[in-house]
Structures are given as C-alpha cells and as structure tokens.
Design a protein around this ligand. Structure first.
Ligand SMILES: Nc1ncnc2c1ncn2[C@@H]1O[C@H](COP(=O)(O)OP(=O)(O)O)[C@@H](O)[C@H]1O
Ligand SMILES: N[C@@H](CCOP(=O)(O)O)C(=O)O
Length: 308
C-alpha cells in the first residue's frame, strides 16, 4: 500500500473548490506506486489523479508540471496538470506539494504484445520531438555524479567479479563523449509500470519524475532494455525490431547515435543495476514494497557488453 497521506472526502472537496472541475463524487487511494501518495478523484465532470509528493521539495516540481503541460498540449499521451482559476497547478495539502492531473485510460501490462510495443516506441519518438521546443532544462538525477556516488556505496557489498564489472563499466561510461548525439527531453524511466494501456490502445506515459535533458537515444536504450527482453534480459529480436522500426519511422537515428548505441544500452543497464543494488543493500524500512531484482540488470549489462 502506498497511501502515506490519508485524505478525507471533505478536505479534498474544500481543496478542489478553486479548480472549478465539478462536484467531488468519489475519492479512492491508489495502492500501486512506491514513492508518492496517489488518489483517484472523481467529480461530476471527469476523473483525475491527485498526487501528494512525499519526498520532493516544492521547488523541484515546476519543471515536471511545465513539461507535462507542454507535452500534453503537443498531443503526447501523458497526464495533463489541472490548474485553478488563477492558472496555478501546484498547491499544498497537509503541507506537502500536491498536483492534480488528468486521469489516463488503462492499466500497466506486464507482458506487452507487439502492437503495444510499437505504440510505446511511436509515442516515445513523438515525445522526443515534442520536447525539442520545451526550453526548460533539468539535469539527470541519475547521471554521472549519481553513478559514481552510488557505486561507491554498493561496491563493498559485491562479489569480486561484480566489483570488476562495475568498475570497468564506470570507467567505460566515464570515457564516452556523447556531446554530438541529439539531446532533449527524456522520460528516463519508461518501464512497463509507467505506461498505461486500454487493450492495445496506449492510454499514456506516467511518472515523469526522472524526466530531464539528456541524450535522446539513451531514453530509447532504457525502453528497449525493458520492453524487448526475455526473462534473462536477452533481447527478443522480433520485439526489438518492432520497437526500433517504429521509433525510427518517426525519428531516425543519426550516424553518431548508431555508433554509440551499444554503449547506450550498457549505460541504461548500469543505471538500473545500480539503483536496484542500492535499494537491495540499503532498504528504507517500510518503504520499498516491491524490491526489484538487481541481478536482472546485471545480466542485461553482461549481455549488452557481449554484443560489442
Ligand atoms: N494520470 C494517471 N492516470 C491514471 N492512472 C494513474 C495516473 N497517474 C498514476 N496513476 C496510477 O497510479 C499508480 C501509481 O502511480 P506512480 O506515478 O507510478 O506512483 P509512484 O510515483 O508513487 O511510483 C500507477 O500505477 C497508475 O495505476
Ligand atoms: N523503474 C526502475 C525504478 C526507478 O528508479 P529508482 O532510481 O527510483 O529506483 C526499476 O524498475 O528499477
């Protein structure tokens, strides 16, 4: 369960008054999700999702609110922040930042089919295009500095072969110059639990809180490492081909992106191997309801190294 902040119908009714979005009819806490408190809010006009941010400072959030507003205005399927009569989307509730967004259709799929994979790839490419004229920039919270710091923390916990793998990969990634690759807005965490489907119809991408300005093809690498693999982390060729063809039908890779593609797949594997290792070795009591397996991304990293 991930409802950390309990809200009553009456306080949400009062909180909603400046939004002019109809009469509150129902409020339901959302169990899925591990970071924030989320509620489905149903009014006489529409359904919304209210997020109470449990960790972020208020000042961290305008970038994400502006980004989702920009993307949804550009036709990207994602939550659209709802503003009050003064045009303000971010408010507070129980002293914590709170945001209401449109409710997307559907639910996440654990075993995506080829039609769904194609839809994810097309939407990602459209998102990358739509992000090109979003002029705010945010750095990657899971970039080089974070990699080095997190590796230092987990390194002593690892077996010798893992330490070597980690050390070599950090050095390899540190030595790359990706400055010639197209940069823009990336989602940064486009996992299966962050995409909603209504049947084969894509409802939208959610959870933009790792979005930042980074290498566009790195976002593609994160996605294919998640959407196009079997249980061992090896690519399923058919899925990978569908994803890459669909993505590149909208935005073809540049020669520099093609050259660096294997390294980007490794960078994407390293990022999630590290975060899962950290969560595994430093669990926060009562916080992580579904510990995710670090070995999966260790396997992916080993597999992608073997591709080069
Ligand atoms: N805009 C939305 N529309 C529909 N459902 C949503 C929306 N945002 C979140 N959800 C639902 O809430 C769940 C948790 O959201 P998520 O952003 O993953 O939370 P957390 O940041 O706490 O991990 C999602 O799995 C999804 O079911
Ligand atoms: N989707 C990721 C979790 C998000 O990253 P984190 O840095 O917040 O752990 C995963 O499945 O590992």
């Amino acid at each position: 369960m991930s409802v950390f902040t309990t809200l009553s119908l009456e306080e949400v009714r009062q909180w909603l008054a400046p939004f002019h979005i109809g009469e509150l009819q129902a409020l339901r806490g959302i169990a899925a999700g591990i970071t924030n408190t989320n509620y489905f809010v149903e009014t006489s006009e529409a359904r919304f999702v209210l997020t109470v941010f449990e960790k972020n400072d208020f000042d961290d959030l305008p970038y994400f609110v502006h980004l989702m507003t920009h993307l949804s205005r550009h036709g990207v399927l994602c939550p659209r922040p709802v503003t009050d009569s003064n045009g303000v989307a971010l408010h507070r509730i129980h002293g914590k930042p709170a945001l209401m967004v449109s409710c997307l259709k559907g639910s996440d799929v654990s075993d995506p089919n080829l039609v769904q994979i194609e839809a994810v790839a097309l939407t990602l490419a459209r998102m990358h295009f739509a992000g090109l004229d979003f002029h705010e920039q945010s750095h990657n919270q899971r970039g080089q500095g974070w990699r080095v710091m997190t590796a230092q923390q987990v390194m002593p916990k690892l077996a010798a072969a893992q330490q070597t793998l980690l050390q070599e990969e950090l050095e390899f990634q540190h030595g790359l110059d990706l400055s010639s690759l197209p940069h823009g807005v990336i989602h940064g965490d486009l996992f299966r639990d962050n995409v909603l489907f209504d049947g084969d119809q894509l409802g939208g991408f959610i959870d933009f809180y790792y979005a930042c300005h980074d290498v566009l093809a790195y976002d593609v690498a994160i996605a294919v490492n998640e959407w196009c693999v079997d249980a061992s982390g090896a690519f399923v060729d058919e899925k990978l081909a569908v994803f890459m063809n669909a993505y590149q039908s909208v935005r073809a890779f540049t020669p520099a992106e093609k050259t660096h593609w294997p390294a980007l797949l490794r960078r994407a594997a390293l990022r999630f191997w590290l975060s899962r290792l950290y969560d595994f070795y430093y669990p926060v009591a009562g916080e992580l309801t579904h510990a995710k397996d670090p070995a999966h991304f260790e396997n992916i990293l080993l597999n992608r190294k073997a591709l080069i």
